[in-house]
Design a protein. Structure first.
Length: 107
């Protein structure tokens, strides 16, 4: 803690009690400033920690999203081929039925 010196004209005007009170106010203000600074440093540290945690969670989410996206793309591709297979079977059946009806009418 630093030593506070009060100039003589001020000491003469305030008296011993006034100087003691002024020194107490200055010391209290200094302590509050230190406490405020410590609180701000703690908050800054906490904010930095939270920002790092948010970045970590964000990276994890991006990985999971990419994984789900890849799975969905595979499923969509699988469904496309399955749909094309059934469309071909349906069209082949329709052609068989059409030619059977045509043969029946032409007889």
């Amino acid at each position: 803690m630093s030593v506070i010196t009060i100039p003589r004209p001020l000491r003469e005007r305030l008296g011993d009690d006034g100087v003691d009170a002024l020194i107490a106010v200055i010391n209290e203000s200094s302590l509050r400033s230190r406490d405020d600074l410590a609180t701000k440093l703690d908050l800054k540290t906490e904010m930095t920690r939270l920002e790092l945690k948010i970045e970590s969670v964000k990276a994890d989410l991006e990985l999971k999203i990419e994984s789900v996206k890849a799975d969905l793309e595979l499923k969509i591709e699988s469904n496309k081929s399955e749909t094309l297979k059934w469309m071909f079977i349906f069209w082949a059946g329709q052609l068989v039925a059409f030619f059977a009806m045509l043969k029946a009418f032409l007889k």
